[in-house]
Design a protein around this ligand. Structure first.
Ligand code: PMP
Length: 366
């Protein structure tokens, strides 16, 4: 008796759940987490806020998460060079849920979404889960988006939702703002459709957030997360910024009280500590740049990175190399991009362990 013996939906037959292996090894650099635990004063503040929330757990939480959305709007305004208010911001359990709500609202049966691959594979998987047709758009061999072919794909396919991940996962490179603008124009001319800019890694970028592009573009959505820069992957808090009409629209599909009082309290505590959390971001950016430089010095090819991870190669058999690195106690990610692997920036000690492992491998190959 297995899944396929049940009357599951046809499109789920023979599929496996998404997720990287959760292996118990000394150095885990495979899921783009922040390696630094939350600082102790923040842990204290979370405890206080959650204790307060616990006294009211007999009641449903604030369904509209107004205080939290206000603080997220303040954070975006402070860091994004563009003023947004509570009416522009929506939050959910991880940006995966934000993406799901967007696809439930703007995709669905009879509709399609496009992403430029390789990119974040959950975009396509959530599309499938919401009955949205998925179109795999092209990238060049160097993983940049070729504007002419991307525009052509949008014009021909007329998708209802366009995903642009910048910085892109798993490749690490950012998409130039001019390209995002041109794709937005192409998407409006073709349909019009919603353009979702997934900025999960933007705090690690050399460049700025694309938030200012929201001005005068009601079909643009910027999605963000507290899983990476805030070091709070376990919290499950993602959010979006967009025209207030988009915020109203996603509320048509959200489950009532989707964000628990405990989640809201924890996220609010973290937002009180953005200063110290963003200092870790600076350390991670420096470590990311060191990984790029050292991997190149060892003789690997490296894709430019604006994220907290680095894509490196090329390998005749990336999976075999993944296993050899794992045999040396370091878990990296094989995203299935032929010839390439991805390593998340960890602490300096973790990165040293990784660099030692791949240095050794390179010597063995020579
Ligand atoms: N977008 C991108 C590009 C990601 O890489 C990830 C996490 N790997 C997410 C969204 C989802 O993150 P979360 O649900 O933790 O916010």
């Amino acid at each position: 008796m297995g899944i396929d013996d049940l009357p599951v939906r046809d499109e789920l037959r023979g599929k496996s759940p998404y997720g990287a292996p959760q292996l118990d090894v000394p150095v885990r650099l495979n899921t783009n987490e922040n390696p630094y635990p939350l600082p102790e004063p923040l842990v204290e503040r979370i405890t206080e806020r959650v204790r307060e929330a616990a006294r009211n757990l007999n009641r449903y939480p604030d369904r509209d998460a107004v205080e939290l959305r206000t603080e997220l709007a303040n954070y975006l305004t402070k860091t994004g060079k563009y003023a947004v208010g509570v009416e522009n911001v929506w939050a959910a359990n991880g940006s995966n849920e934000v993406i799901q709500q967007l696809l439930q609202t703007f995709g669905g049966p009879g509709r399609t979404a496009i992403g430029f691959e390789p990119s974040y594979s959950m975009h396509g998987l959530i599309a499938r889960g919401t009955g949205t047709g998925w179109i795999s758009g092209p990238r060049r061999d160097d993983f940049t988006i070729d504007l002419a072919t991307a525009r052509q794909a949008i014009a021909e396919e007329r998708p209802d939702v366009v995903f642009i991940t910048t910085p892109n996962n798993p490749t690490g490179n950012a998409v130039p703002p001019e390209t995002v603008l041109a794709l937005y124009e192409a998407a409006q001319a073709a349909k019009p459709s919603m353009v979702v800019v997934d900025e999960a890694y933007i705090e690690f970028s050399h460049g700025d957030s694309l938030l200012p592009l929201l001005e005068g573009r009601p079909n643009l959505v910027v999605s963000r997360t507290m899983s990476k820069a805030f070091g709070a992957a376990g919290l499950r808090l993602g959010y979006l910024a967009a025209h207030p009409a988009v915020v109203d629209a996603v509320q048509l599909v959200r489950l009532p009280y989707h964000l628990s009082a405990v989640t809201q309290a924890t996220a609010l505590a973290a937002l009180e500590h953005t200063g110290v959390l963003l200092k870790y971001v600076e350390q991670l950016k420096a470590e990311r740049d060191r990984l790029v430089a050292e991997l190149r010095a060892i003789g690997y090819e490296v894709t430019e990175s604006d994220a907290n991870f680095v894509q490196f190669g090329r390998f005749a058999d990336a999976h075999e190399i993944w296993q050899k690195i794992l045999d040396r106690g370091v878990l990296v990610r094989d995203n299935g991009v032929p010839g390439w692997l991805r390593v998340s920036a960890g602490t300096p000690e973790e990165n040293d362990a990784f660099l030692d492992a791949v240095r050794e491998l390179k010597k063995d190959q020579e």
